[in-house]
Design a protein around this ligand. Structure first.
Ligand code: G6P
Length: 366
């Protein structure tokens, strides 16, 4: 029955709606109340090994690379280990220096993506420390990595990633919590995050329950030829994934920028025909994001804000709301309305949502 649309018009729509249950599976049995940490049996790093990590690098392609950026931010914030994400293709072609104190994390829904598999093979050959974060059990990347964590998102049929992406973000929060609690994250902070993680599946359900409002906003912008998606720090990978979803399934040209980079060039394109989606959570970047919205509005650009707080009345043209949680967990929720936004635009335009042109679910050849 997993391969049946189950009453939904598309697999994508079904998979968007499966996310509360999928997220619940990713968290089940992994939250440790006693020590306010995450229990990740498959990671297999003892405390001494965790303390010896000097860098973390996430490697993936497409949505898995953007999810890796969320992971890098989480690891830096919660575990205070320098971290970044790189497309696995770039990594494999640039003869990277493999550092024994770096933990490399290969990220893949299918576990079969050729570029990520090649990066894993190169890392293994050179003795890099490696974990796999993969959805498909028994896949090549899962087997090659040997240790890591499974996403438990269930089968994802639609070409565009949804529940796998959300479970990646949540799994990286678990991993960052696990690493952080062996290092310098306090018991009290650990508890806040454990409680926050536990709330996520219901909060995700609340966003989906507001689908009609999101659909109305989507339909309003379905005629756009181009869109910007902007965000800062935690919001930037969310903006990238939002732009990716729109491009993939609606064929509307979308570009993502770090909000402040808009003014270094792209602002020249802002006009009434160029809507911008601004990811603006109630975190320490909130004031700066408000200024970004004002910059766009001053040039006549329509703004769709994705937020978890009240915005000054009339500032944005349209607002998509998500519930509030711990700021570090915001990226798990902020992307959900953007999946529905892309879906309803693509549906209005009559696109073949589950099988977008020129794309494959899994690129097992170069
Ligand atoms: C393809 C898919 C994308 C996906 C990427 C990485 O390009 O169309 O949706 O993000 O591969 O796939 P993976 O299975 O490695 O996550």
């Amino acid at each position: 029955e997993d391969y049946d649309r189950g009453g939904h018009e598309t697999f994508l729509h079904k998979e968007i709606h499966e996310q509360p249950a999928a997220l619940d599976r990713a968290l089940r049995g992994r939250l440790d109340e006693r020590f306010s940490t995450a229990r990740l049996g498959g990671v297999g790093l003892d405390a001494r090994e965790v303390r010896s990590i000097r860098r973390v690098k996430f490697l993936g392609s497409g949505s898995s690379y953007y999810a890796g950026q969320i992971g890098a931010t989480l690891v830096e914030e919660l575990a205070r280990i320098p971290a970044d994400a790189e497309p696995s293709s770039e990594f494999r072609y640039r003869n990277p220096v493999i550092d024994p104190d770096t933990l490399y994390i290969a990220v893949s829904q299918s576990g079969e993506t050729a570029d990520t598999l090649a990066a894993v093979a190169e890392l293994k050959r050179k003795g890099g420390r490696l974990l796999g974060v993969v959805n498909v059990v028994g896949s090549a990347i899962a087997r090659e990595c040997g240790s890591g964590l499974f996403l438990h998102a269930g089968p994802e049929v639609s070409v565009a990633a949804t529940k796998s992406f959300t479970n990646m973000a949540a799994s990286f929060a678990l991993l960052a919590l696990h690493l952080g609690r062996v290092r310098d994250l306090s018991l009290a902070d650990g508890r806040r995050l454990v409680d926050g993680l536990r709330r996520l599946p219901d909060q995700l359900g609340e966003i989906l329950a507001a689908e009609e409002a999101i659909r109305a906003v989507a339909h309003k912008y379905a005629d756009a030829r181009h869109m910007f998606f902007v965000g800062r720090v935690r919001g930037y990978p969310v903006a990238r994934e939002g732009a990716q979803k729109l491009k993939e399934i609606s064929y509307i040209h979308a570009e993502a920028y770090q909000s402040a980079e808009l003014k270094h060039g792209p602002l020249a394109l802002i006009n009434p025909e160029m809507p911008s989606v601004v990811v603006i959570p109630a975190d320490e970047t909130f004031g700066k994001n408000l200024a970004t919205i004002e910059e766009i509005k001053a040039r006549g650009g329509p703004v769709i804000a994705v937020t978890n707080t009240e915005l000054p009345a009339g500032l944005a043209d349209d607002v998509l709301f998500v519930p509030r949680n711990e700021v570090q967990l915001d990226p798990v929720l902020l992307g959900i309305p953007l999946q529905l936004f892309a879906h309803h635009i693509a549906e209005k335009l009559g696109r073949d949502i589950d099988r977008p042109r020129n794309l494959a679910k899994s690129l097992t050849v170069e």
